[in-house]
Design a protein around this ligand. Structure first.
Ligand SMILES: [Zn+2]
Length: 717
């Protein structure tokens, strides 16, 4: 049976600002930094449950990519006949691998990315579980790791440590009490006035950071959450009531608490839904609203937002960014004594939900299993992996640092820098030959390229984590205590960012350089090629140039192109949100973009599952990533052309290899409906079919599945 996949579901469901980042990353970007990485996306739970599945009609045999399959669908080759390279390059290249690969426990797919991630993770796990060294930072992380894996002790303690914190919230008796609670980092486990926030560069003054006040913490990402039988809501309810019962609630009281919390959240829906409408019409720039301290005080006359942040240890002289003023205004209007009980239930429900995974095995398994169910995973990762993932989720920078120091061949860093330089040189040439641009815009583009900051592998100066202390079990330490210590450390580091100048020296908190990623950060105008991606199918110091260009260079070019895609082109060389294009050039850009959108609109992302094409919304959802792939491909091909006896076959094989993928069907549906990248196999097929060198190398002609006529070719650059 074929299904309908609803593409481009709102990404505003778990963290409102993540949509602004256009981010296909598994890092919680949580900021307005335009970061993008090559990592597979974690799909938010509510998004995944909302992917529709219904039968549709037949496929048009003359459509774009009619001879392609989604070769990234796990098990898809079973019983399938011959596939010609000329018809579906990605499927042909990766078939052998796909037919033999196994998806590891706890994962939803296998790919070049997951293989290299695993390799990196093995090194990190060996370090965390290995011998102690004379390095207090490593010792702290080894201690944390040991605490996490000590299930006997954790099971004995249960969730008792959480109980006094819940009782503390229950004891709040007035609005001023509530403000005092919010302002006290010792009491307030969620670390804010139930407002999600991040610290990131000011969109209009990128040298300085400010606090982004995002949306209030809501379980509900949209109105469907309040419909009867909403699966996602049901799951949250099960988890919250379970956690509350473990801290002493009766079943009835736990349920009442959850219901009251959800009823309170429903009040936010009108302002949220009207925001979605405005955003759909005007784009993400609606999220950038800078308020002076006085303006913020004026906006929130009931909630003393600045006083609370000050109590939590932050610099509050402003300015601030208020992402959705209407939501904050609504929150302010209900911050009254009348709603005190509702708000207490709201805090209790979220606190229980956020913290429940840090106690005993049963609570962890319960929460993890629910999250896994959204992506079709029914296994849990081994303990060592669980511990690493937990630590990495809480304090990635420390693990990144240890990876750079102990797990990475440091000789690779200058080699990668050289590869980036080569790409930049050809990119400059490519921009110079874009005859559809006026000299004015072209010069500005080249100026942007020339001032781009290069973050290669890991920072020259690694940050200092020595003040983070983790007590071991023998010293009386627990996982809960360690989590709190880490959160306090993170808050302190975030606050320090409010006083620095973003000159590119200090890498941002989302630049997770031991993860398999690369990014263009528009607010810094920086290109980031992380240590974690410099291996596996992407890079090996001993490879011939063809493999390096087909591997890591493709990633480098992709990130470079993000500086000039639909999002990146809205930022200037200093990282400020400012249009530096002439009106005519912007129009020409939009025409090229529209042609690209038309191409992807008719493409069916997973014809084995669904007849549904990406459609216009789906195409717009992935266009920035598609532009980046196409721009990179063109740049690398121009390098290849300049080289004598270049082995194109080897080069194109490597390009196909880095997009190999095998993902469970449920996770593939979630990926298609939410991820900002096209499916992997099309990330291979489409950029290469746009290059004459590819068609020439493999003798591809009209009628072959990989053929694309010159007049139909796409790409901004
Ligand atoms: Zn990208």
């Amino acid at each position: 049976m074929k299904r309908r996949i609803r593409i481009g579901l709102s990404l505003l469901l778990t963290g409102l600002i993540s949509v602004a980042s256009g981010c296909g990353s598994n890092q919680s970007v949580g900021s307005a930094v335009s970061t993008e990485t090559e990592i597979d996306s974690e799909v938010s739970a509510e998004e995944a449950t909302e992917a529709e599945t219904e039968t549709t009609g037949d496929l048009d045999p003359n459509r774009t990519g009619a001879k392609w399959i989604d070769s990234g669908l796990y098990g898809t080759f079973e019983g399938m006949g011959e596939i010609r390279l000329q018809d579906d390059f990605a499927a042909y290249i990766n078939r052998d691998w796909a037919e033999n690969v196994e998806i590891p426990d706890g994962a939803s797919n296998a790919s070049s990315r997951t293989e290299l991630s695993r390799e990196n993770d093995e090194k990190k796990m060996a370090l965390l579980n290995g011998e102690t060294k004379d390095d207090p930072e490593l010792t702290a992380m080894q201690t944390f790791n040991a605490l996490l894996m000590d299930w006997d002790t954790r099971n004995k303690q249960g969730m008792q440590e959480l109980k006094p914190y819940i009782e503390d919230i229950q004891s709040i008796s007035s609005i001023s009490d509530l403000t005092a609670y919010y302002s006290d980092p010792e009491r307030n486990l969620l670390g804010s006035a139930m407002i999600q926030f991040s610290i990131a560069p000011n969109q209009y003054d990128a040298l300085h950071n400010l606090i982004y006040l995002e949306s209030p913490m809501l379980f509900a990402g949209g109105e469907s959450f309040f419909e009867e039988d909403n699966e996602y809501r049901q799951n949250i309810e099960d988890l919250v009531t379970y956690a509350l019962e473990k801290t002493g609630y009766s079943e009835e009281d736990a349920k009442k608490t959850f219901d009251a919390a959800v009823a309170f959240e429903e009040g936010f829906m009108p302002s949220l839904m009207s925001f979605y409408d405005v955003q759909a019409e005007k784009g993400d720039s609606v999220l950038y609203n800078v308020y002076s301290a006085e303006d913020l005080d004026h906006l929130c006359s009931n909630i003393p937002v600045r006083e609370i942040f000050k109590g939590l240890g932050y610099r509050v002289d402003g300015p601030f960014n208020v992402n959705i003023a209407e939501m904050l205004q609504y929150y302010d209007s209900v911050y009254t004594q009348d709603n005190l009980e509702a708000m207490k239930n709201w805090i209790i429900a979220h606190t229980a939900y956020e913290m429940m995974a840090y106690f005993d095995r049963e609570s962890y398994e319960k929460k993890q299993s629910v999250e896994n169910s959204y992506i079709g995973v029914d296994t849990l990762p081994p303990d060592k992996e669980y511990a690493l993932n937990t630590i990495y989720g809480l304090i990635p920078g420390e693990i990144d640092k240890l990876f750079a120091e102990y797990c990475f061949n440091q000789e690779i860093k200058p080699q990668v820098a050289e590869l980036v330089d080569l790409m930049m040189d050809y990119y400059r040439e490519m921009l110079q030959t874009e005859d559809w641009l006026s000299a004015e815009t072209r010069d500005a583009a080249i100026g942007k390229l020339d001032t781009m900051k290069l973050h290669i592998c890991y920072p020259d100066e690694l940050p200092d984590y020595s003040s983070l202390k983790i007590r071991s079990a023998s010293e009386g330490g627990t996982v809960f205590e360690a989590v709190r210590a880490v959160k306090a450390f993170n808050a302190k580091s975030s606050n320090e960012r409010l006083s620095i100048v973003n000159d590119g020296t200090l890498w941002g908190p989302d630049e997770h350089y031991s993860s398999l990623g690369a990014a263009y950060i528009s607010s810094e105008n920086s290109i980031n090629i992380y240590a974690g991606i410099c291996g596996g199918d992407y890079y090996d110091p001993d490879w011939p140039i063809e493999k390096k260009l087909g591997g890591l260079s493709f990633v480098v070019g992709h990130e470079l192109t993000h500086a000039f895609d639909t999002d990146g082109s809205m930022y200037d060389k200093d990282g400020n949100y400012r249009d530096w294009w002439t009106a005519e050039d912007r129009e020409a850009f939009d025409e090229r973009r529209d042609k690209l959108v038309r191409y992807y609109s008719t493409l069916v992302p997973a014809p084995q599952i669904s007849d549904e094409p990406y459609g216009e919304d789906g195409a717009k959802h992935i266009m920035a990533e598609a532009i980046a792939d196409l721009g990179s491909m063109k740049c690398i091909c121009s390098i290849a052309d300049s080289m004598e006896d270049f082995d194109y076959e080897l080069f194109f094989h490597q390009l196909g290899l880095i997009q190999k993928n095998a993902r469970y069907e449920k996770a593939e549906i979630a990926y298609i409906s939410t991820n900002v990248h096209p499916v992997e196999c099309y990330r291979c097929n489409i950029p290469i079919q746009n290059q004459q060198q590819f068609l020439d190398t493999f003798g591809i002609k009209e009628g072959d599945g990989m053929y694309l006529a010159p007049e139909d070719r796409i790409g901004i650059w």
